[in-house]
Design a protein around this ligand. Structure first.
Ligand code: 5AD
Length: 367
């Protein structure tokens, strides 16, 4: 039996976090959930914030062993949304009260690509200004590793948050899921560049990777703390049938139902340790449990990302098998999600950016 008080007193030690993550007594799990919920209310309030997710291109120069849109997957139809399609989706978000969007794509560092994204951000910022959103939509980018100069251009164009997952903070494990050309050090360096540029910085990991242990996940949380990150988007690793990583099936340490429990405990542990950051209840959670996202909210998450990608393209943006919400239109996603948020006694805050309180507090303490 785990003594719940331990978590309160010293949950920032590696062993203690690892023991929290491996908790499988339902009563203790419920206690952890309640503690995470209290910490959320105290530090962020009960509001849930939407980020309309626009996956605007699935072309990718990277070849991550786990990802369905990796460069070597020849079965994928590659697409790019047009400028008009992107801007229209964003303006739909603004009109429907989503205060923020996420522009996500495969990795690409070409000059043309960065120019295109800068133009998209500038146009969206300009055209989404209204009485409800006097500063336009909040724009988060999730377009991978880039140079510091390009991060600066994207920031100047008006994006103010950036997500770049570390995937795992364990150097060795990182190597087993990425080809040589993608380095752990460069990923960390990119997170530093983003911070220097002025972005609110988000990162995250996958859990349930072949060979991953609770100790490694505990280290991930200490990594987030050490990097002083503002936002988190994490999710369970889910096999994609045409990727190399699926071959390691026997090496999973977290299987079946356990993956959901660990997913939720990861959210709770991050809330307990990091307190005032934004944490997303990601779509991958819904893949392993039909109410995974709602459960994520009740374990301490406060952000959800409704799908905006045009339905025709979604089947070409399958990062993993059985990705949910393939057929739902953006209207259906909106209604479905607000009902889901309401079902756990929470409320969507419309027309707000919902910035990370952690980032704001850092700014205040500098003044
Ligand atoms: N299972 C779960 N998440 C995945 N991602 C990519 N492939 C998978 C997968 N098979 C996640 C990565 C990436 C994000 C965009 O999607 O964490 O950073």
């Amino acid at each position: 039996m785990v003594n719940i008080m331990n978590y309160e007193i010293k949950y920032d030690t590696r062993d203690n976090i690892a023991s929290l993550l491996s908790e499988n007594n339902p009563k203790q799990v419920e206690l952890i959930r309640k503690m995470a919920h209290d910490v959320l209310l105290e530090n962020c309030g009960s509001g849930v914030y939407y980020r309309g997710l626009i996956e605007f291109s699935n072309r990718c120069v990277s070849d991550c062993y786990y990802c369905g849109i990796r460069r070597s997957n020849a079965d994928v139809n590659r697409f790019d949304l047009t400028m008009d399609e992107i801007v229209d989706s964003a303006l739909w978000c603004a009109k429907n009260g989503y205060g923020s969007i996420v522009l996500q794509s495969g990795e690409n560092s070409s000059r043309d690509f960065i120019d295109f994204v800068c133009r998209a951000v500038e146009t969206i910022k300009k055209r989404s200004v209204s009485e409800e959103l006097p500063n336009g939509l909040g724009v988060t980018l999730c377009i991978g590793e880039q140079s510091e100069a390009d991060y600066a251009r994207l920031f100047a164009a008006g994006a103010h948050r950036y997500l770049l997952r570390i995937e795992t903070s364990n150097r060795e494990l990182f190597k087993t899921i990425h080809p040589e050309a993608q380095s752990f050090d460069n990923r960390v360096e990119c997170l530093r560049r983003l911070k220097r540029t002025g972005f609110q910085v988000g990162t995250g990991v996958m859990y349930g990777l072949p060979g991953q242990t609770y100790q490694m996940l505990a280290d991930d949380i200490l990594f987030f703390k050490g990097m002083d990150i503002d936002m988190l988007g994490m999710g369970p690793y889910i096999r994609h049938s045409s990727t190399p990583l699926k071959k390691n099936e026997n090496q999973f340490i977290i299987e079946g139902d356990d993956l959901l429990r660990v997913s939720l405990l990861m959210i709770a542990a991050c809330r307990l340790v990091l307190k005032d950051i934004n944490i997303a209840a990601t779509t991958a959670l819904q893949t392993i449990d039909p109410t995974g996202r709602e459960k994520g909210l009740s374990f301490g998450a406060n952000v959800v990302m409704p799908q905006l990608t045009p339905v025709d393209y979604r089947k070409s943006y399958l990062l993993y098998d059985n990705k949910p919400c393939q057929e739902d239109t953006k209207e259906e996603c909106k209604n479905c999600l607000s009902a889901r948020v309401g079902s756990v006694g929470r409320e969507v805050h419309y027309n707000e950016w919902g910035d990370s309180p952690h980032f704001k507090r850092k700014g205040e303490s500098k003044n």
